[in-house]
Design a protein around this ligand. Structure first.
Ligand SMILES: [Fe+2]
Ligand SMILES: [Fe+2]
Length: 314
């Protein structure tokens, strides 16, 4: 056994035919095998084969984290600014970064590097969504190999970013909202496996005991994050209040929400409906308009429905 430690990275963040300045490993039969040597790149065919084999993660050495982040920053900058890259390629690069950041946040939510990566992912999601009108429908509801919590977090982020812009939320508030949206359920990732099942249960089926347990995800980890000086208070408050509603029946019984908080809560409730009840986006908005009446401003609910139509989500 060597004393080396490895960090997972989504394979979509290491493209084919791109020189990597560090070693890239695959995890196979309890071993880390060097798959790409520094200064080399992955051939296109090999890369496609890995994807067909449903290999989703590579590993890098912890000590190469800085080099990986630099590599990823320039890959994303080039891809997002490229005139030849398709919207799919742009979306894949950005979601790969978001998924990697959230994987890590799940493992170590109090780590500053993981937070920095999440901030960057949130900024790139905004750039993707604002500069490419078709990107939202490409990313939202996309079936990826990430866990349901991570897919949900990305869905909530892209809907919240675009809907907040339509609702004339300031650029700065959208920026914090995008970060909070990505991070909002990292508390669930801290649960034991059994308790994580609560995430898949429709809200109406949660027993009082289930609710007590489940709503802990808006408390424990939030306190840990709040102690971190590098995390803005707005982000903390957004995460903390994402299960609240205007009737005060959320875990913290808050009945007053800022416009950005109300948007995050609404978008979260909407995507959770699709996920937990396994219904279509169109069926989910119908149910939401009935079940959540009074929990959000009626005007906001109506605008959200109109927005989903404009974006061709329903
Ligand atoms: Fe939640
Ligand atoms: Fe959520």
């Amino acid at each position: 056994m060597s004393g080396k430690s490895y960090t997972p990275v989504r394979i979509t963040t290491i493209k084919a035919e791109r020189t990597v300045p560090f070693s890239v490993y695959i995890h196979f039969k309890e071993q880390y095998l060097e798959y790409v040597k520094p200064g080399m790149s992955i051939e296109k065919d090999k890369y496609k084969k890995l994807r067909r084999q449903k290999i989703t993660k590579f590993y890098i050495l912890d000590e190469h984290e800085g080099s990986y982040q630099q590599f990823l920053d320039s890959f994303l900058e080039q891809t997002l600014n490229s005139e030849t890259a398709s919207v799919e390629e742009k979306a894949e690069a950005v979601t790969g970064q978001s998924e990697t950041a959230l994987d890590r946040m799940g493992d170590d939510p109090g780590n500053e590097t993981n937070f920095d990566m999440t901030r960057k992912a949130a900024k790139n999601l905004q750039k993707l969504i604002f500069e490419n009108p078709e990107a939202l429908s490409r990313v939202f509801g996309q079936d990826s190999d990430a866990s349901p919590i991570i897919q949900h977090s990305i869905n909530v982020a892209v809907l919240a970013i675009k809907f907040a812009q339509r609702k004339k939320i300031s650029e700065e508030d959208i920026d914090w909202l995008s970060t909070a949206a990505l991070m909002h359920d990292i508390g669930v990732m801290q649960f034991e496996k059994d308790d994580q099942q609560l995430f898949n249960k429709p809200k109406a089926e949660l027993t009082p005991a289930d609710k007590i347990k489940y709503y802990e995800h808006c408390k424990g980890v939030v306190q840990l994050l709040a102690e971190r000086p590098y995390i803005n208070a707005q982000v903390i408050e957004l995460i903390e209040s994402h299960e609240e509603n205007l009737q005060g029946s959320g875990p913290l019984k808050k009945a007053k929400l800022t416009p950005a908080q109300e948007i995050l809560s609404l978008v979260n409730a909407y995507d959770k409906k699709i996920l937990t009840k396994e219904i279509t986006p169109a069926a989910a908005i119908k149910e939401l308009m009935i079940d959540e009446l009074g929990n959000y401003n009626l005007e906001l609910l109506n605008d959200f429905k109109a927005f989903l139509k404009e974006q061709k989500v329903i």
